[in-house]
Design a binder for this molecule. Structure first.
Ligand SMILES: [Zn+2]
Ligand SMILES: [Zn+2]
Length: 160
C-alpha cells in the first residue's frame, strides 16, 4: 500500500483567508453595481466602494443587500445602499438618486419592496389591506381569531 496523500499539493494562494473573504465580498458588490451602472465607471466605483466598506459591519450589510437585490443601486434601498448611491453620485457616477417608487420623494430612507424602493409612508400604504370588520382599507393593526386583518379601530385593545 503506497498511500500518497497529496491533499496540500494544489496551490491556491490565500495569504490571509480574512482578506480573501473581504475581497470576494467587495468584488461581488462591485460586479453587481457595474452590471447596473456600466463598465466605464468600474474604477471609480471600486474606489468609492473600498472607502465605504472599510468597516466590516458595513461591508457585511451591503453584501447582504446585494445578495437579495443585485440591482440594489437602482432601487436605492435599504438606507445603507442609499448612502452608497449618494457617494457614487458625488464621485460623478451617473446613477439615479434613490427615489420612492410610491410618491417620488428623494432624501428618504427607502425599504425595498416588490415594486422597488419605497419610503416609510408608502411602505405603510403597501402593507394596508381591507379590514375584515369595517371594510375600510387601512394599515393592519391586529388580526381576528381567523387571521383576518383588523384596522386600529377594530382590533381589540389589550386592556379590554
Ligand atoms: Zn413614498
Ligand atoms: Zn376596521
Amino acid at each position: 500500500m503506497n498511500q500518497m496523500l497529496r491533499s496540500h499539493t494544489y496551490d491556491h494562494h490565500d495569504n490571509s483567508s480574512n482578506g480573501t473573504h473581504r475581497t470576494s465580498q467587495v468584488e461581488m458588490i462591485l460586479e453587481s453595481i457595474v452590471a447596473t451602472v456600466g463598465e466605464a465607471d468600474r474604477l471609480a466605483i471600486a474606489q468609492v466602494l473600498n472607502q465605504m466598506t472599510v468597516k466590516p459591519a458595513i461591508l457585511a450589510s451591503l453584501y447582504r443587500a446585494f445578495l437579495d437585490h443585485p440591482d440594489a443601486v437602482s432601487i436605492g434601498a435599504p438606507p445603507l445602499v442609499g448612502r452608497l448611491v449618494m457617494a457614487l453620485r458625488e464621485a460623478g457616477i451617473a446613477i439615479g438618486e434613490p427615489t420612492c417608487v410610491g410618491c417620488g420623494r428623494t432624501n428618504h430612507k427607502l425599504t425595498s419592496s416588490q415594486e422597488g424602493g419605497v419610503c416609510g409612508n408608502c411602505r405603510h400604504r403597501q402593507l394596508a389591506t381591507t379590514c375584515v370588520s369595517c371594510g375600510k382599507i387601512k394599515i393592519v393593526h391586529g388580526r381576528d381569531p381567523n387571521g383576518g386583518a383588523l384596522c386600529s379601530l377594530c382590533s381589540p385593545r389589550k386592556n379590554d
